[in-house]
Design a binder for this molecule. Structure first.
Ligand code: PLP
Length: 389
């Protein structure tokens, strides 16, 4: 693998027009999200106009279309390094033949969502919050998609969100105080549709908190228009969780889009997935989390890769994630450190995993180690014997 240079990676730059430089594309077209969507790279022919594929990738493109469609926005496609077969962007977005490999431990619904839906399209797993699947489409398709059973429309299942029943469930379930819009990518919906969903949710008194999970700021930053921000900011408190895995994904266009969201008063978090050959080292993660803070995004979760079918080539050991957290904690800004989690196979929800800093503990003392490996004793509170005057 090529050496990773921190100073280069934390710098913001634009890759545009990149592979499109010899084509007749104006800056105004490039900056128009509709042009980006219309010109997504979706077929083998289109990919090969720009990139030389390996045999594994070529078969991947040809064989995975019935599992998860392939599509990449020109903006994101430009981040692929033509001459690097191990490019961390390439591994996330160009299908590989390994996606067709069968592993009996892998699943089509690894987080057990379908069995936790009181209404189709609404996952209610935790007591006070729900996951609302509002579309099955994304701007580009991550090859490790945990919801590939319904996302992109190419797989066996279809997302059949029951809109009216879902809103009625929310209206009639006062313990739900937090609604997470996801999909697919909610920011791919039109401004008008998003506004209808948000205003309906906001009409429900017990819903305190609304958030949107979206990879649009990374795949299609052109979609973060000032019109969109004007709509979103009417529905505060509204948070957005973006999904960024590698510092290279944070281009100058992405930073500008994130700044527009932050300026609209939207707190931003990042959910990244730990992926082999993409971001499974402390040095890549350190550059990623620093660059996120520069974009006013708080690293929120680092996910152990779900046991989704065909993802073995992208999964790391759990230990790799723990070592990354240990390599960050204490060594850098606390705000920069995500919580490492596993979404439990079969539907147990997110389980936090942390390096163990307790060396040993008894009733009287706890021996701790710090980030440098030095040990410190913390005495437990003792029952004090009061002598009253
Ligand atoms: C991740 C998730 C949530 C939100 O969990 P937080 O820990 O609050 O971010 C809610 N519902 C489902 C089904 C989820 O998978």
């Amino acid at each position: 693998m090529a050496t990773f240079d921190y100073d280069t990676e934390v710098r913001f730059s634009s890759a545009a027009p990149g592979y499109w430089s010899s084509l007749d594309v104006s800056p105004a077209q490039w900056a128009d999200y509709r042009w980006q969507l219309k010109n997504r790279v979706q077929s083998l022919e289109r990919i090969e106009e720009h990139l030389e594929l390996s045999a594994e990738e070529r078969s991947g493109v040809l064989l995975t279309g019935t599992k998860l469609a392939s599509a990449v926005t020109p903006h994101y496609f430009n981040l692929i390094e033509a001459d690097n077969p191990d490019c961390p962007v390439r591994r996330q977005i160009i299908p590989r033949v390994e996606e067709t490999f069968e592993d009996p431990r892998e699943m089509t619904d690894p987080c057990g969502e379908d069995s936790h839906m009181p209404v189709p399209g609404l996952v209610h797993r935790y007591p006070d919050r729900v996951l609302f699947l509002v579309t099955d489409r994304c701007a580009s398709y991550c090859r490790y998609c945990t919801r590939s059973r319904v996302v992109s429309g190419a797989g066996e299942q279809q997302l059949e969100t029951q809109w009216e029943a879902a809103f009625e469930y929310l209206e009639n379930t006062p313990k739900v105080r937090d609604v997470l819009l996801s999909g697919g990518d909610p920011l791919l919906l039109s401004d008008a549709r998003l506004e209808r969903i948000l205003s309906r949710l906001r009409s429900i008194k017990h819903i305190q908190f609304v958030r949107i999970g979206s990879r649009i700021p990374v795949f299609l930053p052109q979609r973060i228009t000032s019109d969109l921000c004007d709509i979103l900011k009417k529905y505060h408190p509204l948070f957005i969780s973006i999904h960024c895995n590698h510092p290279r994904e944070l281009t100058s266009e992405v930073r500008e889009g994130l700044e527009r969201l932050a300026d609209a008063g939207i707190p931003l978090g990042n959910q990244s997935v730990l992926l082999k050959g993409v971001n499974d080292s402390v040095e890549v993660q350190r550059a990623l989390v620093h660059k996120l803070l520069l974009c006013r995004v708080k690293p929120y979760y680092l996910y152990q890769c779900d046991l989704i079918k065909g993802s073995a080539h992208l999964r790391t050991s759990i230990k790799a994630g723990l070592e990354i957290i240990e390599g960050l904690r204490g060594h850098t800004t606390g705000y920069a450190i995500p919580q490492f989690v596993i979404d439990a196979p079969g539907g147990g929800g997110k389980i936090p995993l942390n390096p163990d800093y307790v060396v040993r503990s008894d009733e009287r003392n706890t021996l701790l180690r710090n980030y440098e490996g030095k040990e410190f004793l913390y005495p437990e509170a003792q029952e004090l014997e009061w002598s009253m005057m």
